[in-house]
Design a protein around this ligand. Sequence first.
Ligand SMILES: [Zn+2]
Length: 297
Amino acid sequence: MKRTIDETMHGIIRSISIALTVAFMSLTAAAEEKFTVVIDAGHGGGDTGAVGIITREKDINLAVATKLGKLIEDNFKDVKVVYTRRNDTFVTLQGRADIANKAGGDLFISIHTNSIDKKARNYRTVTGASVYTLGFRRTEENLAVAMRENSVMKLEADYSTVYEGFDPSSTESYIIFEMSRNKHVEQSVAAAQAIQQELVATAGRRDRGVRQANFWVLFKTSMPAVLVELDFICNPVQEKYMASNKGREKMAQAIFNGFREYKRSIDLHTATVNGGKVASKGKNMPKPQRKLTPVDE
Ligand SMILES: [Zn+2]
């Protein structure tokens, strides 16, 4: 049958409108896509992390991580929480990054408890919280923290293969971080600053500032990522605080407040840039307002 111009035009218009509907539906789907936060309780199982007099790092990390996840789940219906571990089990550093990447995380929060060399004169008095992002502002102190946290990989028999020949205790090994480009540095720093501010304001921690160091879990997670060092387990006063339920609740609340602030700034920015139509999942975040706190020790 011969089609009239009118019929042909109708056909074209119908095709265009179908295409537009499909495009609109996929935009809506993108807008409704949940923000995923990956909460990583450092250490676990046979890996205790730093050990204090009355408690162990792995237990503090898990308690704070669990409380943080609950706060987010209770207060944000549009946020999906993924945990790298929910109980006292060992997960490798690469395994943690794999979980985060597979979940398509929008923010990775690793929770740790700090400690320093037993021989240091301030072993029992060192105090304060700091939040780390991946970075190259190398200082000996920050390198020591990264070396301690990365050393966990030596618990794996085949760590040399899994970690591509990386030796966590060799300074030279850290050159691999410098050869990589960190795409999420601005967002990571923004999240770190928001959390750091709250660890001071809400949990009353001494401000050790936002810092940079090369942690494997931050290196291998393909999303904005931060690593929180709550306070020092080697300081008995801080250890007692972190061993208490009240202290753990305060810490979780502080990280939650920081998360809320970071999420708010992303949502605001997304709405401004895209007229609220498409969730860019925080891809074009504004630059951090504050400069990095200089390392003072
Ligand atoms: Zn740790």
